[in-house]
Ligand binder design. Structure first.
Ligand SMILES: [Zn+2]
Length: 449
């Protein structure tokens, strides 16, 4: 494993209803028609003035700062960060970064890595260099930039840490997971090479590859202080430009915006209501419900699933409920490629279904079938035709199956145990999965012998 000194700048896209300085709808949905959520402010028309910054974006930025263990600063001055590029027609980005202001949060620690600062800013538009087209839907969306100290020494360590960061951010429900990630990586070899910034890396795999490539390149070629980009297709970093200094951005305080003042009460209220972290949730589920670590990890992958399980476990034996959540519920959600918050499955209905199984009123197979019908909306499983446990009735059905499946019967008698599963399946089909499994199996074996 290659060693170096590595720091990160991570862009986290916030989930808010509106953009940062105007009331346009904030959406990063893929496939959205270009230039639909726009106004004079976010398209940078001459003379347009920003509205008061979006309070919900400020709240979410503070929550992220608290999650990262940062000190939240109480007064910040909005800055204009100037640069000329087609994605930024007004010529500057509104930001709480730069030397003229305090960031939202500073001096944090997250899983052993120091967080130098984290700040709130607006996203520029997106520009397609091939067609020259600009899409302003993204212009003015709020984002948080998290800057770490150069505390990492290996690519693998970076990726592990980023996974923890993304998992924790998902628990806050502050960051838009559909928007993906954008990471800038600073890489150097202490005492040997100059710091190189690799910009705009869009996936964890690419972060890993870019660091590995850059460390190897620097060992071979040395480095100048510059900005590079990562070419995913070629798996290489390429020179973009020599590093601009802070002066090049000509930061000035924005005369159109009041300083952002955060009072202690506001920050403390957010601090006290911070949701549990994935680690805290994991430990709680292991301890409170006696769930093994592997299953607890499955449950806590998504906060909604963990909370759903906790809710279910208040009403029914957690051990009984466990596979119904970790296997069956996730099966239904995965099948439809949905998250739990995108469907309407209530704890009440889910527990009622499980109770029917637990009390022996319906078969697990039947319950699985009903769970399929809980998509997209669950219902109270009333008037369900119950499990068939009547031996006479089951014998009648089993005999019918045996008489219609001569091949399977002879296979079974010739020692093929799969043939019995096939015959079981036929009984289940005829009974709409209501036949008691163990009883049916016994009856079939008896008839066949
Ligand atoms: Zn707008």
């Amino acid at each position: 494993m290659k060693q170096g000194m590595i720091g990160l700048e991570i862009h986290t896209y916030l989930i808010t209803r509106e953009k940062l300085f105007c009331s346009c709808i904030a959406s990063r949905k893929k496939g959205l028609k270009p230039n639909t959520n726009i106004c004079p402010i976010c398209t940078g028309q001459p003379g347009a003035k920003p509205m008061l910054p979006n309070k919900s974006a400020v709240e979410k930025a503070v929550q992220i700062g608290l999650m990262l263990g940062c000190t939240i600063n109480d007064s910040m001055t909005w800055q204009r960060k100037h640069y000329d590029w087609p994605d930024l027609p007004k010529g500057y980005q509104g930001t709480l970064s730069g030397e003229g202001t305090s960031p939202v949060g500073s001096n944090g620690t997250f899983y052993g890595i120091k967080i130098s600062s984290m700040h709130l800013e607006e996203d520029p538009a997106s520009w397609n260099p091939d067609t020259g087209e600009i899409d302003y839907n993204r212009s003015g969306l709020p984002l948080v930039e998290i800057v770490t100290a150069p505390d990492f020494s290996q690519a693998e360590e970076v990726v592990d840490w980023l996974k923890k960061l993304l998992h924790s951010l998902s628990y806050l429900k502050a960051a838009d997971s559909d928007a993906g990630i954008k990471v800038d990586v600073n890489v150097s070899i202490p005492g040997k090479t100059k710091r190189v910034e690799v910009k705009n890396i869009n996936s964890l795999e690419s972060v890993y590859e870019a660091i590995e490539y850059e460390l190897e390149r620097q060992v071979k070629e040395g480095s100048v202080r510059e900005t590079r980009r990562f070419d995913e297709k070629r798996g290489k970093t390429m020179s973009m430009r020599e590093k601009e200094s802070q002066d090049d951005y000509r930061f000035i305080s924005d005369p159109d915006l009041q300083p952002l003042v955060l009072d202690t009460k506001f920050v403390n209220a957010l601090k006290n209501n911070l949701p549990e972290s994935p680690q805290q949730k994991l430990e709680k589920i292991i301890k409170k419900y006696s769930i093994d670590e592997k299953n607890a990890a499955i449950l806590t992958k998504h906060r909604d699933i963990a909370e759903f399980f906790e809710g279910v476990s208040e009403k029914i034996d957690p051990q009984f409920a466990l596979p119904w959540v970790t296997i069956e519920l996730l099966r239904v959600l995965n099948y439809h490629s949905k998250n739990l918050d995108e469907v309407s499955i209530t704890i009440e209905h889910f527990v009622a279904l499980l109770k029917l199984v637990k009390d022996g009123k319906i078969t697990p197979l039947k319950a699985k079938e009903m769970l399929n019908q809980f998509y997209p909306r669950s219902f109270m499983p009333n008037n369900v035709e119950g499990k068939i446990t009547d031996i006479k009735e089951l014998e009648k059905i089993a005999k019918e199956v045996v008489s219609h499946n001569a091949k399977a019967v002879s296979d079974y008698r010739a020692g093929d145990s799969n043939a019995l599963n096939f015959l079981m399946g036929q009984v289940m089909k005829l009974t709409q999965k209501r036949a008691d499994f163990a009883l049916t199996r016994k009856i079939l074996v008896k008839i066949l012998s």
